[in-house]
Design a protein around this ligand. Sequence first.
Ligand code: PRP
Length: 216
Amino acid sequence: MNSITIALSKGRIFEETTPLLKAAGIVPLDDPESSRKLILDTNRPDVRLIIVRASDVPTYVQYGAADLGIAGKDVLYEHGGAGLYEPLDLQIARCRMMVAVQNGFDYQQAVTKGARLRVATKYVQTAREHFARKGVHVDLIKLYGSMELAPLVGLADAIVDLVSSGNTLKANDLVAVEEIMDISSRLVVNQAALKLKRAQIQPILDTFADAVRQQA
Ligand code: PRP
């Protein structure tokens, strides 16, 4: 039997995916938080999990190194989705992609007066499209984390980042001024694998869909 490889990342996505995997009859034999293993066997001899960085999940699935993957909409949007079929919103790891500025910065005035806005973000593609839609000229500065710092030290006027509880913004004297999109984790499937291994993949998709409906 062909084996099925599912790519996912450690942390919140792994924790919130575990019940869905269980509902699909898939139980990992190791915990990625305590094990350093990157390939995790499961109770099903034909299914294994690979642990990759969240932003790399679509790449593994695109090239067929994984048949399925679980990744946030933020990551999929930046990747562009080539070669990926996105059948299901898992409705987990929910948050929002927001524009935020330092408390007291007049964002509305900055975007209407026609000057260039300096925006720091990990989500360059998302930010570029958002500000292009608004007709606002931006200089984008790519960062890899701790975006909240950028307005505080004069690196940028604004950031584009994920907001969940809002605590990180608050702790750094920032305020959200605009929502770009709602984010949640999605199941993605390699399109070629779906054709070649449909007999194995389709039941997994169906049980995931049932589990999502039951958790709603
Ligand atoms: C995300 C995001 C914010 C924070 C928002 O970072 O980039 O910094 O969570 O969460 P909150 O609104 O609940 O405070 P994460 O901790 O995932 O780390 P990252 O910078 O590596 O993405």
